[in-house]
Design a protein around this ligand. Structure first.
Ligand SMILES: *Cc1c(COP(=O)(O)O)cnc(C)c1O
Ligand code: SF4
Length: 459
C-alpha cells in the first residue's frame, strides 16, 4: 500500500443527509389539478402544447379566472395595478401558473418573475436607458448584433411563449405596453436575408446565437431554414438556438413533433458537417423543473441534442447559495449544463429584482465545488454601453459604497471603461442622495473611472 492509500484508509465520508438529495425530487403527478380551473384537465390535454398556448394568461381577466378563490384578495388587486405599470406585456403559461404557491404568491419565485405587482415597484436607476446594453447600436443590419470578434447575436423574431418581467430586450420583445412603444423585429424572411448576406461577408464570424424573442415561437420550417442557411456558410462553425421554452412550456418538446424534429435535423446536419449546434435555455429556479421537464429534456438527450442553461440572478428568486445550488444540481439531474448566471441588467420597471455585483460574487463562492466544475456556471455581468459580458470578479475597480463597478473589455474596445451599477435601494441614505443629484452622480462615476485606470492590470 502506498503512502496515500494508507493515509486515507481510515477516512469515511459521512453519508449525505436526505435534504442534500432534494434536488432529485422533482414534482411528479398531475400537479396542475390543484388549480381549481384545471381540476378536470387530464395529462394528455396538459401536455398538448396547443392547449398550453391557448390557455396562457395574457390579461388580468384571464389571471382572475385561473386563480379565483385561491389567491389572497389583496394580491389580486395589486397584480391588477401592476399590469398597467409594467414595461413588458404579461404572458404566463398554465404550466408556470400551476407551479406558483398560491398560498404565498408574494414570495413565490415564479410569481416574482412573471406577474408584476404595483406595490413592489421601485424607481429605476438614474443611469438606466431602455436599451442599456446598446444592442441596437451594434447592429449593422436590423436584428443582428455584431459586438464580439467571432460571434454575433441574431434576433430572429420579437415574440416569446411567455414574457419575463426582467427581459433585457424589453426595447423590442413583446407587444407595446402602456409604458413602452417597441422596436419591432418580426419573423420576416426578407429581413433574415439581409442578415445572412451580412454574415456571408464576414469570414471572421464562426458562432451565431439565434435568439429573439424566442425561437420556440418560430415554426418548424423556419428552424430548418435558418439552421441550414447558417450551416451552409463555411466559416460558421457553431450555432445555438436560444429559447426559454424548456423552462416554461416543456410540453412543446413532447407534443410538437415537427418542431422537435426540425431541431434534431439541424443538430444532426451540423454533426455531419463537424459543426456544433446546441440548445441554450433559461431556467431560473429549481421549481421550474418537473417530471415533464425530465421527459422533455430526456428525449432531446436521446436524440443527441446538447442543452446549456443561462440564468438571470434575481432578488427573491435565486439570490441565495441554497436556491442557486438547488437549481444547478437539479439542472444536472435532468441533463442540462449550467453555462452562465447573469447579474440582472439595468432594465426598466424591475429595479426590485436586481441585486448587487457583490451578491453574485458571494453566491459563486458558495456554489463552486458543490458539483462538477463543468456544471458550475460562470457568473457574468453584461456591462452598460455595450462592453459585453465580463466575469463578475474581473472588475478593475468596485466601490461597494457607491455601487459602481468598472470593467475593461479588451476584445470589444481596449481603451474604454464600462460600468455596472448596483441597485440604489441597497446603498446608504447618504449615497442615495448623491445619486439623486446629477452633478455628484457624474463626479462619482469620474472618480471610479480614475481609480479603475490606476488599478487596472495588463494593457
Ligand atoms: C451573449 C452574447 C453573445 C454570446 O456570448 P458568449 O459569451 O459566447 O455566450 C454574442 N453576442 C452578443 C451581442 C451577446 O450579448
Ligand atoms: S423569454 Fe427571453 S426574450 Fe422572451 S421575455 Fe423572457 S427573457 Fe425576454
Amino acid at each position: 500500500m502506498n503512502e496515500i492509500h494508507r493515509h486515507h484508509a481510515g477516512f469515511v465520508k459521512p453519508a449525505a443527509s436526505r435534504g442534500a438529495l432534494s434536488h432529485r425530487e422533482l414534482r411528479e403527478g398531475l400537479f396542475w389539478q390543484e388549480i381549481p380551473a384545471w381540476r378536470d384537465i387530464d395529462e394528455a390535454t396538459f401536455l398538448d402544447f396547443r392547449w398550453q398556448g391557448r390557455n396562457s394568461i395574457t390579461s388580468m381577466d384571464k389571471l382572475l379566472a385561473a386563480i379565483e378563490g385561491i389567491a389572497p384578495r389583496d394580491f389580486v388587486e395589486d397584480a391588477g395595478r401592476g399590469f398597467h405599470l409594467a414595461p413588458m406585456s404579461v404572458r404566463v403559461t398554465p404550466y408556470l401558473l400551476s407551479l406558483i404557491d398560491w398560498q404565498n404568491p408574494y414570495e413565490d419565485p415564479i410569481r416574482r418573475q412573471f406577474i408584476p405587482l404595483a406595490s413592489r415597484v421601485l424607481p429605476d436607476h438614474p443611469e438606466l436607458t431602455l436599451d442599456s446594453l446598446h444592442e441596437q447600436e451594434d447592429m449593422p443590419v436590423p436584428g443582428l448584433t455584431h459586438r464580439y470578434p467571432d460571434k454575433a447575436l441574431f434576433l430572429a423574431l420579437d415574440t416569446c411563449p411567455v414574457y419575463c418581467r426582467f427581459c433585457t430586450r424589453s426595447y423590442a420583445v413583446g407587444l407595446d405596453t402602456d409604458l413602452v412603444d417597441k422596436v419591432h423585429l418580426n419573423a420576416d424572411t426578407a429581413r433574415w436575408e439581409q442578415i445572412f448576406a451580412y454574415i456571408a461577408t464576414r469570414p471572421e464570424l464562426e458562432d451565431i446565437v439565434l435568439s429573439g424573442g424566442d425561437v420556440y415561437n418560430l415554426p418548424a420550417r423556419h428552424i430548418r431554414l435558418i439552421g441550414e442557411r447558417l450551416l451552409g456558410l463555411p466559416h460558421i462553425k457553431r450555432i445555438r438556438y436560444a429559447t426559454k421554452g424548456p423552462a416554461v412550456m416543456p410540453q412543446k418538446l413532447l407534443t410538437d413533433r415537427e418542431w422537435r424534429d426540425a431541431l434534431v435535423h439541424v443538430v444532426q446536419l451540423g454533426r455531419s458537417l463537424r459543426k456544433d449546434v446546441v440548445l441554450h435555455t433559461h431556467f431560473n429556479h429549481a421549481n421550474e423543473i418537473t417530471w415533464i421537464t425530465r421527459e422533455a429534456i430526456g428525449q432531446l438527450l436521446e436524440a443527441g441534442v446538447h442543452v446549456r442553461n443561462q440564468t438571470v440572478l434575481q432578488r427573491g428568486v435565486n439570490d441565495s447559495v441554497d436556491s442557486m445550488q438547488q437549481l444547478i444540481k437539479r439542472l444536472g439531474t435532468v441533463g442540462v449544463h449550467p453555462y452562465y448566471v447573469y447579474v440582472h441588467d439595468l432594465v426598466k420597471g424591475v429595479e426590485d429584482l436586481r441585486t448587487t455585483a457583490q451578491t453574485a460574487i458571494d453566491i459563486e463562492k458558495g456554489v463552486r465545488g458543490a458539483t462538477a466544475g463543468f456544471n458550475t456556471p460562470t457568473f457574468v455581468v453584461d456591462t452598460l454601453g455595450g462592453g459585453g459580458k465580463r466575469d463578475v470578479h474581473s472588475y478593475d475597480f468596485y466601490d461597494r459604497e457607491t455601487g459602481i463597478a468598472v470593467y475593461r473589455s479588451p476584445n470589444v474596445d481596449p481603451d474604454r471603461l464600462f460600468f455596472f451599477f448596483d441597485p440604489i435601494a441597497d446603498l446608504s441614505a447618504e449615497v442615495r442622495a448623491r445619486w439623486a443629484d446629477p452633478a455628484s452622480r457624474e463626479q462619482m462615476k469620474a472618480d471610479a473611472a480614475t481609480k479603475a485606470r490606476a488599478l487596472g492590470g495588463l494593457r
